[in-house]
Ligand binder design. Sequence first.
Ligand SMILES: Nc1ncnc2c1ncn2[C@@H]1O[C@H](COP(=O)(O)OP(=O)(O)OP(=O)(O)O)[C@@H](O)[C@H]1O
Ligand SMILES: O=P(O)(O)O[C@@H]1O[C@H]([C@H](O)CO)[C@@H](O)[C@H](O)[C@@H]1O
Length: 158
Amino acid sequence: MPTFEKKMCARADLRERIGQLPKPVVLTNGVFDILHRGHVTYLAQARELGASLVVAVNTDASVKRLGKGDDRPINTCEDRMALLSALESVSMVVPFDEDTALEVVQEARPEIYVKGGDYDMSAIPEGRAVLAYGGKAVAIDFEHDRSTTNLLKKVRSS
Ligand SMILES: Nc1ncnc2c1ncn2[C@@H]1O[C@H](COP(=O)(O)OP(=O)(O)OP(=O)(O)O)[C@@H](O)[C@H]1O
Ligand SMILES: O=P(O)(O)O[C@@H]1O[C@H]([C@H](O)CO)[C@@H](O)[C@H](O)[C@@H]1O
């Protein structure tokens, strides 16, 4: 097993493994179906806000429920987690099967919760939960105009 795959954490081990990470811990969540420059820039910026970055990744079943398309996700949860684990900015990845990452946030209690600038922190359950226990919720502005959906459109029209 490549060393980076050790960053992949089973959901059942989250509480124990998060306690071993340097603080402050930054946590974010998402689908990350086809990794692109917008994602990696955003993750590098998120990591800069703290000492460790944890990424909670939607399981394949939970991606299906988000309604991004019948053929999504393109990459399995295992593969999406492995790619994220290989990034220098990422300290740990964990899957989640719920509709939101609220339970992950409540279990991990990160000092800082981050999403891309397309989200209003006070309007999402994860952001509200972190603010309620005195943590920080930060929206990071988009730096590159990229999305998995647009990449797929490009591939399909070529
Ligand atoms: N271009 C971007 N710049 C900065 N952050 C981004 C960018 N694209 C996505 N993000 C952030 O990365 C996380 C995961 O995003 P997501 O997987 O939804 O990306 P996406 O490429 O927009 O996907 P999709 O097209 O499937 O909706 C989210 O927190 C989102 O806000
Ligand atoms: O990659 P996405 O589509 O940005 O990820 C989603 O984010 C949602 C957000 O945290 C608001 O709750 C989350 O609910 C959803 O499960 C995806 O992770």
